[in-house]
Design a protein around this ligand. Structure first.
Ligand SMILES: *Cc1c(COP(=O)(O)O)cnc(C)c1O
Length: 469
């Protein structure tokens, strides 16, 4: 290996490309490795997913932290990206030329005591990925995934999506000059997300089936057609999402919190967080791992079920294996997945971090979302599963009230306005075993319709000026 220049405290970038990189099967027993330009998302020997694995050059953690911070003052697009700013921890590209960035990342960590009080902890710190260019954390992984596609010389990229992946892929492909083909379950994604895909010019195919059925139908077909598949099984997407916890640690002065709480759908993001945290520890950037908590919607809870079964039987969850939820149901469409592709990767990260998995009801998600809204923060339904999960875990004594808790808000409040309106107007309902069940508008805020009558409006105005409790 080439000698590496150490990152200088003066802010000179560490020399890129100094790490060695390969793809490796996640199964330790198999352990097959592949070159980094390999196109497959799965191990050809055993069918498991692949990880991007690095041998790190010697680094000085303090100098690297300084380099990362100093890039915020640069004018280079890569330096300004909240993903590529941390490029030393994702050193898989041979050249910066292939980077496609929309200045993703750089999202705030917002403290809410109100949400903390609701959940039974002192405060919750919300890492709000809804501040991304297309409004979800998918952008953190799409910049790396699409950049790798460009590096591989791909012209067409595709994904199956519950909405946000397609919105993100459509934008990054368009910006990078690639053709995007997206498959979405017809009538099952939020309007904001569908409209984005159309606006960014992706070929948008609505399949009359749910996510799991659509995925099974097309994922081999996409690969065989030579089209680059950018679902979260793509290990380079995981690399980008891995920088979210890096940014969190930087925002916390490199002092790990006690918990990081995430919603779980296809389980790519939990995998990415775990990998990022472990690698930060390997590199000496942090000295311990926060515990991960994955929250699933009760109607789409295969990982939760598996872990419960594993506890009850005293058997390894890997041995039992994931049993898909046949007909997943939740209004939090971003996590409406019954057969998550990255369940093994996420289990590995839960084991490494002494993590937990909890489930929450539709009512709990809806109320938590309203509380996040009332805090002035706002998010889409799936994101609110985090606060609902914290409340449950705190009530069970798993999370203690003084614990430092970071919750990842995965998507923007504007993604699913139909849900928000229905909740506040008291018309929200979800399907369960063939019936429509209502969600109570416990924290609803109905709009008021008035005649153009001065006295009436004045009355409302003074009512509104009373101090709010
Ligand atoms: C994709 C997505 C999730 C689920 O993430 P996975 O990596 O599929 O587990 C949660 N929330 C939002 C808003 C999403 O877009």
């Amino acid at each position: 290996m080439k000698a590496t220049k150490e990152a200088s405290v003066m802010g000179t970038p560490a020399e890129p490309g100094a790490a060695t990189v390969r793809l490796q099967c996640l199964d330790k027993k198999c352990g097959a490795t592949y070159p980094v330009h390999d196109l497959a998302n799965e191990c050809t020997a055993c069918g498991n997913l692949l990880d991007v694995r690095y041998e790190w050059p010697k680094i000085d953690p303090a100098a690297l932290k300084q380099t990362w911070l100093s890039r915020k003052m640069s004018r280079d697009q890569g330096d300004l990206s909240g993903v590529w700013r941390f490029r030393e921890i994702i050193p898989f590209l041979r050249s910066d030329e292939s980077i496609v960035t929309l200045r993703e990342g750089n999202t705030p960590l917002l403290e809410s005591r109100k949400a903390g009080a609701y959940a039974g902890v002192d405060a919750v710190l919300f890492k709000h990925q809804g501040f991304n260019p297309t409004g979800s954390f998918k952008d953190n992984g799409m910049t790396t995934g699409v950049s790798q596609g460009v590096a591989l010389g791909k012209k067409v990229v595709a994904c199956v999506s519950t909405g946000n992946t397609s919105a993100s892929l459509a934008a990054y492909a368009a910006y990078g000059g690639l053709r995007a083909v997206i498959f979405i379950p017809s009538g099952q994604i939020a309007g904001g997300k569908l409209s984005q895909s159309l606006e960014y010019g992706a070929l948008t195919i609505q399949v009359e089936a749910n996510f799991d059925v659509t995925w099974k139908l097309i994922f081999k077909m996409v690969e065989e057609a030579g089209v680059y598949l950018l679902n979260s099984v793509n290990p380079f997407r995981v690399e980008g999402q891995k920088t979210i916890p890096v940014e969190v640690m930087e925002q916390l002065g490199w002092e790990p919190p006690d918990w990081i709480v995430l919603p779980g759908g296809n389980l790519g993001n939990c995998s990415a967080f775990g990998k990022g945290l472990r690698e930060m520890r390997e590199l000496g950037l942090i000295n311990r791992l926060p515990r991960l908590a994955v929250i699933q919607a009760e109607g789409a809870n295969p990982l939760y079920q598996l872990i419960q079964q594993s506890i009850a039987q005293g058997k390894s969850p890997f041995e039992i294996g994931l049993k898909p939820v046949e007909n997943p149901q939740t209004l939090a469409t971003a996590v409406k997945i019954g057969n998550p592709a990255s369940w093994k990767k996420t289990l590995r990260e839960l084991e490494a971090s002494n993590g937990v998995c909890e489930q929450v009801t539709e009512q709990e998600i809806a109320d938590a979302k309203a509380i996040i809204g009332q805090s002035g923060i706002g998010c889409e339904p799936a994101s609110a599963a985090t606060l609902a999960g914290i409340k449950k875990l705190a009530a069970r004594g798993v999370i203690r009230s003084q614990d430092r808790v970071v919750a990842v808000l995965t998507g923007n409040v504007l993604k699913d306005p139909a849900y928000t309106l229905a909740y506040h107007q008291g018309t929200l309902a979800y399907a369960s075993e063939g019936r429509q069940l209502p969600v109570a508008s416990n924290f609803g805020n109905r709009p008021i319709v008035v005649r153009p009558d001065a006295a009436e409006i004045k009355r409302l105005l003074t009512q509104g000026s009373e101090p709010r409790l």
